[in-house]
Design a protein around this ligand. Structure first.
Ligand code: CO8
Length: 255
């Protein structure tokens, strides 16, 4: 597939998606949302790929938000549809992808950009990153899941304050409150993301897929039961036999 607003590369079981609209600070227009949805689908079904990294092009922005120019004249119905379609085809899709997705946040992650990073399974950031949900400065609220995912990551009180004030978190603060897992120098961001991805790629993809599914249920009352069922199912999978046999043979598993 070819993309107007994305660059895709694959190497050593890792798929790298780079959002490439640097003149608009990688803002998410409709086309980019659709392309991202397709790109995640493509990499999810690519058997050579075990882990996906998502980043933005340039040194300034991961994604500076939804494309304000595109929705500035929308009415209520169009706004609702934009949020509904985006959440369905992209943000929820990433969260529930069968393969791990790491956000490498390389600068501004604002509005829809932070919402995109939050729908990834975890985030690392460069030391120049600034993260926030400034929608109330535009007379809006987050519409791509931000009101739901931010409280889960940083707590309800902090999320309330962040959304009401529209303040941006610097990278170190974001790490301190659990919004990102690690902060590294900008030039180290992709190497570090790839290093983490390689570590994941070495482990059982079947088990990792189940872990994503069950961890995503941790806020529901179905989580414990889902864990028991998934745990049981994994005993019947090839990877379990390979993993335990490799351990007893004192060799590395080959998943
Ligand atoms: N949309 C469209 N274009 C943008 C966006 C954006 N979100 N952000 C930046 N750009 C464009 C600018 O318009 C500018 O273009 P041009 O050169 O043609 O004027 C170019 O990118 C460079 O930007 P700046 O000149 O502003 O760069 P600065 O370094 O001065 O400032 C900032 C950088 C602080 C990031 C600034 O660009 C900014 O504040 N951007 C907007 C941030 C924002 O408010 N984001 C939230 C958008 S709303 C949103 O995401 C809602 C999500 C939920 C939607 C649900 C469906 C409705």
């Amino acid at each position: 597939m070819t993309y107007n607003n994305l660059e895709i590369s694959t190497e050593d079981k890792i798929g790298l998606i780079t959002i490439n609209r640097p003149k608009a600070l990688n803002a998410l227009n409709k086309e980019t949302i659709e392309e991202l949805s397709n790109a995640f689908g493509e990499l999810e079904s690519n058997e050579d790929i075990r882990v996906i990294i998502l980043t933005g092009s340039g040194e300034k922005a991961f994604v500076a938000g939804a494309d304000i120019k595109e929705f500035k004249d929308f009415d209520g119905k169009q706004g609702q549809q934009l949020a509904q379609v985006g959440q369905t085809i992209l943000f929820n899709k990433i969260e529930n992808l069968k393969k791990p997705v790491i956000a490498a946040v390389n600068g501004y992650a604002l509005g829809g950009g932070l919402e995109l990073a939050m729908s990834c399974h975890f985030r690392i950031a460069s030391d120049n990153a600034l993260l926030g949900l400034p929608e109330v400065t535009l007379g809006l609220i987050p519409g791509y899941g931000g009101t739901q995912r931010l409280p889960k990551l940083i707590g309800k009180g902090r999320a309330m304050q962040a959304i009401m004030t529209a303040e941006m978190f610097k990278a170190e603060k974001a790490e301190q409150i659990g919004l990102v897992n690690e902060v590294v120098a900008l030039e180290e961001l992709l190497p570090r993301a790839k290093k983490i991805a390689s570590k994941i790629a070495f482990n059982s993809p079947v088990a990792i897929s189940k872990a994503i599914e069950v961890i995503n249920l941790s806020d529901s009352d179905k989580g414990f039961e889902a864990e028991i069922n998934a745990f049981g199912e994994l005993f019947d999978a090839e990877d379990f036999k390979e993993g335990t046999t490799a351990f007893l043979d004192k060799r590395k598993p080959n998943f």
